[in-house]
Design a protein around this ligand. Structure first.
Ligand SMILES: [Zn+2]
Ligand SMILES: [Zn+2]
Length: 368
């Protein structure tokens, strides 16, 4: 039977799929952790769109092959992943899994099918843990979803103070909602801003400062993780309202801001479009001394890349990009060897919250 769902065309053997699920074990029978138990119970509380989506494919959601909770979201739901199988073939359609390198891939939300706001699925040919008695041919359905916790007991999953959903990461760190590409952080007690966003994001940043009653004139320092356009583009505009702020940038990244030297690939060309004026009295992060904030040279993404340690937070810039819970692997235009060393190194820095510039706070468990 041909089923068309968004950009997918699937040839599903509905009878064989249904038959398999009638005798398959419940999620809670194949795993005893409370995350799995919760999933099975929570199915009853899911919106009908979700239930209908699975049943049109012959799947009993309570009998998925594998589900796993990773962390608690800011709204109290749990972030789940999971997969299960369908008898048939994918005729057409792209998977949301995008290969970043031969051994790593990440979930690209735009390519996924959004059944509801917080329930996404995708399909792929490759089947993990395919049951011996599963009818062939088969393909895999994968889900990424926020699911309520319905069990009476408390769970022990990591609680994520999401930078996506909550602007205050801790009482001392504010993350600007207006900076959409690379995050901008304010440490109000120290008068410090980390990165600058893009020129057109600065207005929103100032608005937010007003909302939290922070006077931009009190900004003493602007710390730059590195010289990519999405991290420095807003600098010139920001300095208009924060004339007392000193700009700090890694020694080896200064070259990209003051000279003709280009960042690799497209980035260099884009930076040219948004290149800020580095004020004449800028300082290099190698000279940074502060009792509470540490600047750590973390090369690889760029030579002069810096991470910043403050309280329980480690701001890691672009050492890792967290794309929906998957860490992007090093790109061709990064110094892979150096970056690998930096990545090993940051694991040794004791910090509870690893905060990348792109994507959500990184759960330490997923650091490779
Ligand atoms: Zn970058
Ligand atoms: Zn970046």
């Amino acid at each position: 039977m041909i089923i068309e769902i968004s950009n997918h065309k699937l040839d599903v053997d509905l009878d064989k799929t249904k038959e398999f699920y009638t005798t398959a074990p419940l999620v809670s029978e194949s795993c005893s952790c409370n995350g799995c138990h919760n999933f099975e119970k929570a199915v009853d509380a899911l919106p009908t769109e979700v239930i209908d989506f699975f049943s049109q494919l012959g799947i009993d959601m309570k009998k998925m092959c594998e589900v796993y909770a990773s962390h608690e979201n800011a709204d109290g739901t749990l972030s789940y992943g999971g997969f299960t199988h369908i008898c048939g073939k994918i005729i057409e359609g792209d998977s949301a899994w995008v290969e970043a390198s031969p051994n790593s891939s990440y979930w690209e939300s735009e390519k996924a099918i959004h059944i509801t706001n917080n329930f996404q699925v995708t399909f792929k040919e490759e089947c993990y843990l395919l049951e011996d008695n599963f009818p062939r041919p088969s393909f895999q359905l994968e889900l990424q979803a926020d699911i309520p916790w319905v069990l009476p007991e408390e769970h022990d999953y990591y609680k994520c103070m999401s930078t996506e959903k909550k602007q205050c990461i801790t009482n001392n760190v504010y993350c600007f909602e207006s900076a959409k590409i690379a995050k901008v952080f304010l440490l109000p007690k120290e008068g410090v801003l980390i990165d600058c966003g893009l020129p057109w994001e600065v207005r929103g940043i100032h608005k937010e400062m007003k909302n939290i009653r922070y006077n931009p004139k009190n900004l003493k320092h602007i710390l730059i993780t590195h010289s990519d356009f999405d991290h420095v583009g807003g600098l010139t505009k920001l300095l208009f309202d924060s004339p007392n702020a000193t700009v700090w940038v890694g020694k080896d990244d200064v070259q990209y801001l003051v000279s003709e030297k280009k960042r690799p690939s497209l980035k260099g060309w884009i930076l040219d479009l948004f290149k800020p004026n580095l004020p004449a009295d800028y300082r290099v992060l190698e000279d940074w001394k502060h009792s509470k904030i540490e600047a750590i040279n973390t090369p690889g993404h760029s030579e002069g890349h810096h991470a910043f340690k403050y309280d329980s937070c480690l701001f890691i810039g672009d050492i890792y990009k967290n794309i929906n819970g998957k860490l992007k692997s090093a790109k061709k235009n990064e110094d892979r060897e150096v970056l690998a060393k930096t990545r090993e190194f940051i694991k040794t820095i004791g910090c509870n919250l690893i905060i990348p510039s792109h994507g959500d706070i990184i759960d330490k468990e997923i650091l490779p």
